[in-house]
Design a protein. Sequence first.
Length: 266
Amino acid sequence: MTEKITSLQNPRVKQLVRLRERRERDEAWLFLVEGYREVRRALEKGVKLKELYFAPDWFLGENEPALIEQARQAGAQLFELSKDAFAKVAYRERPDGLLAVAPQWRRTLDDLTLGAAPFLLVCESIEKPGNLGTILRSADAAGCDAVIVCDAVTDVFNPNVVRASTGVLFSLPVVVADSQTVHAWLKAKGIRTAATTPHTDNLYTKTDLRGPLAVVMGSEQYGLSDFWMKGADVLVRIPMAGQADSLNVAMATIITLFEAVRQRSE
């Protein structure tokens, strides 16, 4: 049976608002999944949604009822919200009327399944959730086996990460660990590290990016730490012809990953 909620003071509405905050998410071991595409991809990948909130007044198409039924059959508890109640809990400026609550999970480095020539992305201290989500989406498009988030500043379950990743978070293995542990693990696995920085003469197009490889990207403001600059097997740079001395980290990630894809496909 679907419970209907109209009051903005309803305890469930207040809980959804609190789940925007990292501390609340971590204490409850839950996170928010907003949007038709994101909810659909979560269900497709077997994520056990705990609750699904929907508001027909915000629907953008005709496929929402089928998705709601799919969520119900998968065990999600359903709640129908009034337009105003949904507007209060929605993270997006223009919501589409679907918001789910899902359990968090954790993967470790030992959980990763690697082939003969692993292709990994390591990102250190990414600050902006939108960038991290776009990085996950890019890694998925490039065919990376996993993304390893080192010394995390941004919570991978931040609603903006989920949104910017377009649901890739549910299918691409993501591990959060400290840099020292990751570096030692990569060395033990025989995976070469290529760290991106403007402070090298090695062009990314002239560097061998084939074989077991981890591309390492740094934070938006500071780039890579000295630990990775000194510990990487090779440093590479993207040439800059204009006045800007760097690219947005998400854009730099896309460029570097797809150069590796080009080389690895030859």
